[in-house]
Design a protein around this ligand. Structure first.
Ligand SMILES: C[S@@+](CC[C@H](N)C(=O)[O-])C[C@H]1O[C@@H](n2cnc3c(N)ncnc32)[C@H](O)[C@@H]1O
Length: 242
């Protein structure tokens, strides 16, 4: 799926690439083409803080994570800690640890995940390499922390390509309370009048096909892997205003 999305993004002419739900950047970091400007956004302030720290203080961040191991007691302690009492770097390190150690890479409602068929879930050397590579990639990228609608309003112009990866229909609460089911209809309404181009990826549900029915919809097969559970086949849709 990510491969297909990257190919579509690269085939769509644009000067400004804008991603309102960037999450951990699964598609953002895979693209090879670099347009004139790139802007990423997420409503989750902890995630945005991590991106800013990766870009500005990669060495300090990796140093903080150097002696981190896969340990349930550390996970529980970090989960219970109040990030508002921490420095930005400590908050970023906490976010990485919780994200890496949680079952299914969840952002809220996290549980400690144990890998039973391979190495433990946290390897500080490879985490450091990934963080440094991502920090380098972000050097010229603008990072926003807005609601998706305010982000679209701010960056919509004729040369913009928005790639939207909102929470899946039916799993809206998975990422906190920033996004409700009513937002899909609002999204279709707003996208119908944008000046630029857009690509939306979502799960293939009849409700999704109905809400976005005025646009081009391509169904694609994909598979999700959860540690220890093998791959699960699924259907997704790619929605565009071609
Ligand atoms: C499906 S994830 C994105 C996954 C990401 N594209 C990736 O490949 O890793 C959805 C993201 O939407 C963010 N989000 C939820 N509500 C939002 C809102 N109202 N505005 C902007 N982002 C929001 C969540 O914090 C989460 O990171």
């Amino acid at each position: 799926m990510a491969k297909r999305l990257c190919a579509m993004i690269e085939a769509t002419p644009h000067d400004l690439y804008a991603e309102p739900f960037v999450g951990m950047g699964g598609v953002f970091f895979r693209r090879k083409l670099r347009p004139k400007a790139e802007i990423i956004n997420d409503w989750n302030g902890e995630l945005v803080n991590l991106f800013r720290c990766m870009r500005a203080h990669p060495a300090a961040l990796t140093q903080l994570l150097e002696w981190t191991f896969s340990c349930r007691a550390d996970f529980d302690q970090l989960k219970a800690a109040d990030p508002t009492s921490m420095t930005d770097l400590q908050r970023a390190a906490r976010f990485v640890q919780l994200q890496k150690l949680a079952f299914g890479g969840k952002v809220i409602g996290q549980h400690f995940g144990v890998c039973l068929d391979g190495r433990s879930r946290f390897r500080s050397s490879s985490v450091s390499e990934d963080l440094i590579a991502a920090g380098n990639r972000l050097q010229d990228v603008t990072i926003e922390n807005l609601d998706w609608l305010a982000f679209i309003d701010r960056y919509d112009r004729s040369g913009t390509l928005f790639y939207l990866d909102p929470p899946y229909y039916g799993t809206e609460t998975y990422y906190g309370d920033g996004f409700g089911r009513d937002q899909f209809a609002r999204m279709a309404e707003r996208l119908a009048s944008i000046k630029g181009r857009f690509i939306v990826s979502l799960n293939d549900r009849p409700e999704v096909r109905e809400i976005f029915g005025q646009f081009a919809i391509e169904g694609v097969g994909t598979s999700y892997g959860l540690a220890g559970n093998g791959a699960v086949e699924a259907r997704e849709v790619i929605i565009t205003n071609r």
